[in-house]
Ligand binder design. Structure first.
Ligand SMILES: [Zn+2]
Ligand SMILES: [Zn+2]
Length: 492
């Protein structure tokens, strides 16, 4: 959020989503044999890159019996693009990012060469090898650009994360070893998130993808926390995070030669990302340029989420909860999320509000089928999500509604105009109150949460059951602790 200086300047680009690469048929497969005669030589494996390729991914496999060792690197038509030796079996290169050891940049069409080095092949040995090559193109993304692949955790569950933060690749800062305020290395930001015990983060530098290669470098080390590539698309009329983008998205909305907002939104979808409008209710002015969301022509059908809570702005006129509820009341289906928008990982976890928020407070808790980028993005789309304002490791808010034997969880739809029972399973909030929200307004039926693992319910009569409902949890002083996403009640 609070970009206090001129923001907009950086360029962005791509990365890619979808299935694990092992489940994807390659565009090109080259096979061959390494024999004793190849000992301490280089072999070139040529392949042709078509026009319009946005990412190249290659996977090497070979028979390692008999102590054969094969190194890997790659040349484009004009220059050397990287080398991983024998330490990796795959690499990916795009204009935005590349595997450590490889150079991101333009992908010229024409003849490329995977280079295989053979430091060892025994005299009489024969070893089959295969190089599988995958191309991403605008309309056809075959390879994955997820930073972590396969999932860090395979099973379904509630995953806790922070979807908004900045580092040295935009305006994040921290204290240097010498005690000065300096652009903060991405490593510090990611390490602070891991210390906070998060399951996932999105690093969302303004308009650039320059941090994507760094995320690729850091993911294997931070192997218990998913790193999702993100961009805070920073326009003069509002900021939106996009999660999982695969390529450049032109952020210059409204400027001469720039896109209209709907064209930007189409581009976000084409880039394989989802869009979340950030801190929508902030005022725009010289204090915070372009911070509030003012694009009247926004296609909310192409918006997945609203950042209902940004940093410490839980309540008050600048909080985003009211903006989110107003859009829901217009009939849009939007997942509410909460994020720190941290600009400095030195902000201590116990830092009291108001003031800058530490990484992980607030956090968004997503029910997802696994801990992977595609699964978390699907979870955000589905909307079985709650907002943990104080960023705890323990609080839980599960909500469902039933009517005539049909059941719906948050994000799902139930036929309305019938008697409906609302159930909430709330953990870690003893002494707080749960309130039922109907179409943005508290129904007045507050319930005291008497145990650490509480189950509460409410009843709605048929006349009330139209629109959307949600359950929120407030402390004894009225402070919002947990905010649920809507269960939709079809009025028809
Ligand atoms: Zn912002
Ligand atoms: Zn931000």
């Amino acid at each position: 959020m609070l970009r206090r200086a001129t923001l907009f300047a950086l360029a962005l680009t791509m990365a890619a989503p979808v299935a694990a690469i092992e489940q994807t048929p390659p565009d090109v497969t080259v096979t061959g044999e390494i024999t004793g005669g190849d000992h301490q030589t280089y072999r070139e494996v040529p392949f042709d890159v078509p026009e319009g390729t946005e990412r190249i991914t290659a996977v090497l496999s070979y028979d390692k019996s008999n102590k054969t060792v094969v190194d890997m690197g790659v040349w484009d038509p004009a220059r050397f693009r990287g080398w991983s030796g024998g330490s990796r079996d795959r690499f990916t290169i795009a204009p935005s990012d590349a595997t450590p050891g490889y150079l991101p940049g333009a992908l010229p069409a024409g003849r490329w060469r995977v280079m295989l080095g053979v430091p060892n092949a025994r005299t009489d040995s024969r070893a089959r090898y295969s190089v599988q090559i995958f191309f991403d193109r605008a309309a056809e993304r075959r390879a994955t650009a997820a930073i972590a692949d396969p999932p860090l955790k395979p099973g379904p569950g509630w995953y806790r994360g922070d979807l908004h933060m900045h580092d040295a690749h935009s305006d994040g800062s921290c204290q240097s070893r010498g005690g000065r305020k300096v652009p903060c290395p991405l490593f510090r930001t990611v390490a602070a998130a891991a210390e906070a015990g998060l399951d996932f983060i999105a690093v969302t530098d303004h308009n650039t993808t320059a941090h994507f290669s760094g995320l690729r470098e850091l993911q294997p080390y931070f192997d218990t926390m998913l790193l999702i590539p993100g961009i805070e698309v920073t326009t003069f009329g509002g900021h939106a995070n996009i999660f999982g983008p695969t390529r450049f998205v032109d952020f210059r909305v409204g400027a001469p030669g720039g896109p209209e907002i709907r064209a930007l939104q189409r581009d976000v979808v084409a880039a394989g990302a989802i869009m979340s409008i950030n801190h929508p209710a902030l005022p725009s002015g010289e204090q915070c340029m372009g911070c509030g969301w003012t694009w009247k022509d926004t296609d909310y059908g192409a918006v997945t989420a609203i950042e209902a809570i940004n940093g410490t702005m839980t309540d008050g006129p600048f909080a985003g909860l009211g903006f989110w509820y107003a859009r829901l009341n217009e009939g849009h289906r939007l997942t509410g999320i909460a994020a720190s928008d941290n600009h400095n990982p030195d902000v201590a976890a116990g830092n009291p509000a108001p003031g800058p928020a530490p990484i992980g407070r607030p956090r968004t808790v997503v029910h997802a089928s696994a801990l992977s980028t595609p699964a978390i993005l699907d979870g955000l789309r589905a909307g079985n999500v709650f907002l943990d304002i104080e960023g705890t490791d323990t609080r839980l808010l599960e909500v469902d509604a039933t009517a005539k034997g049909q059941r719906a969880t948050m994000g799902e739809t139930l036929p309305g105009r019938r008697r409906t029972t609302v159930g909430a399973h709330i953990a870690g909030a003893t002494g707080a109150f749960a309130e039922l929200i109907l179409n943005g307004q508290p129904t007045g039926e507050r319930q005291l949460i008497r145990s650490d693992d509480a189950r509460l319910d409410w009843a709605l009569n048929a006349g009330q059951s139209c629109g959307w409902l949600a359950v929120n949890v407030r402390g004894s002083t009225g402070k919002l602790l947990l905010a649920g996403n809507p269960v939709y009640l079809a009025c028809g």
